[in-house]
Write a protein that binds this ligand. Sequence first.
Ligand code: ADP
Length: 607
Amino acid sequence: MRGSLTLKVLAFVLIPLAIQCALLASLAKLQSEAEAELKRSMHARDISDAINKITRDAYDTIATYGGLSSVSELSTDDPIFKDLFERLKRDYDELKALATDDPAILAAATKSEMEAKSALNSLIELKRSFDLKGESDRAYQKVLWKRIRASLKQVVREELAYVGEEQKHLAEKSPQIQAELRLKAQNLLIFTGAFDVFLALVLASIFVRNIVGKLNRMTDNAYMLASNLPLNPVLQGTDEISRLDQTFHKMAAELKAASKRETATFANARDIILSLEESGRVMAINPACERILRMRQQDMVGRFLVDLVVPNDLSKALDYLQMIRSAPHVPDLEVQMRDGDSNMVHVLWSGQWSQEENSFFLVIHDISDRKQAEELKREVISMITHDLRTPLSTINSILDLFNQGHHAKFEAKGLDLLKVAARNAQRMMVLINDLLDIEKISAGSMQLELEPLSIEKFFADCRDATWSFAEETGVQLVFLPMPLTVMADHQQLERVLSNIVSNAIKFSEKGCKVTVEARQQDGFVEISVKDEGPGIQPEMLETIFDKFQQAPNTSAKVKGGSGLGLAISKSIVELHGGKIWVRSEIGRGSTFTFSVPSAVDWLPSDD
Ligand code: ADP
């Protein structure tokens, strides 16, 4: 039973329907046969009746004019004679009309009519002989008389009598034929009905085996998939249900693979992944808890997670669980937990509440290493601040004093060396200050003191700070101030501009020009520093504002610098709410631009 389900269903409906149609056609045929038989029998009866009438009329004639004496009294004008004459004519016309389709009957009727006519002609001839000659021509009259009798007998004998008998017989036989036809119809009905019932049973059993059976198997498969049991073998075939089953198997295989992957991810994840009941008890947890919290999975299940949180962080943790229940995007929470060995573990909770499952899903990320690194960094910074910067600034001051000729006298060569030492000490100081600043900014502890700052003053201060460096390098420094005012922390913004201008001078050849200008742009003032230096490699443009980014193989390292200047500048500009960017082409110089909010937008309105 291959083929599509549609074909099967169609066969199931169409085969019995075809049999019903054949039955109807057969019944209609039998019905029309019965009707034809009825007509034939009525026709035969009519013919037989017509012949009977002729026979009766012929015998009537014989009876009426049975003797010669009766002929002598006959008058041709007698209405009885006339009536007889016309009746016979009508009888024959009727018979011939009935027999138009039957040549044998028609021939017999014509022959009989001729005999009847000849008898009647002889009768008229006899009558005329009586009228003319009376009893004198007895011999001739007897001859005529015998002829009349012979003809009248001929009228009803032989063919016509035979036909009459035959038609009568036909008419009598008809009810029997009709009964046979009815029986036939009855048998046909019973046989076909029984066959139809049988066929319906056979088809239904095939249907059940092929379709309902397959559907049951699919239902079974769905149950097995849900219960994680192996599925029934794939249904072979091309019908819709088999194809559905084949797809179902494919889908089940993919689901299994996905679930395997998911289980593997869950089991091998470095972070703890767990689900909590609404009350906060652990429902399921992955093996990462053994590494991070030094607790076995089975010991964690059923425990309240917050029991592992240190008392100081407990209310924070409870609030967090409460918050993720009501809000979709809650920032991750840093908490300290105690592991199975009572050690503190710094972790980050990242959780979600599932309304459908009525439970929490949490990922616990171990940030102990990060915390340790942060601690280390803090220690290094405090070490730099106290153990490096303080002695270095003392060294700087002493070198300054020596440079100014206090406390010691140096020869010319010694003075040169002293200057080198002072410059290097200064550079170290800059580097340390930069490091501390960048740390301050990323820790969010740098505070800006915003005030209106005129661009003219801003540019003038920068010129004062950088012109000697420009002169030393032989670079032409051009400031194009504008009557604009920004809202800024003067000291910090000065650092930004000085750093960019110093870089521009530092990377320019002797005789090149560095132009500093400002312009108003959508509530901001954009300040740009354009140089005619070597330009910046395109791949470096993306990262130039990151920490410790210096162009390889350039004079940057030779020319000094920490690689922190632009990172600090970017942080300061962003603290002001502005942006910083660079456009550069190798061999055609660079333009650094930063934007700061215009002071006009900060002024209180007149009303
Ligand atoms: P540095 O202290 O090294 O100057 P910066 O953060 O100020 O650190 O600059 C980072 C790097 O960007 C520089 O070392 C240099 O390679 C590149 N750079 C900065 N300004 C320019 C410029 N105007 N022309 C070419 N390269 C530049």
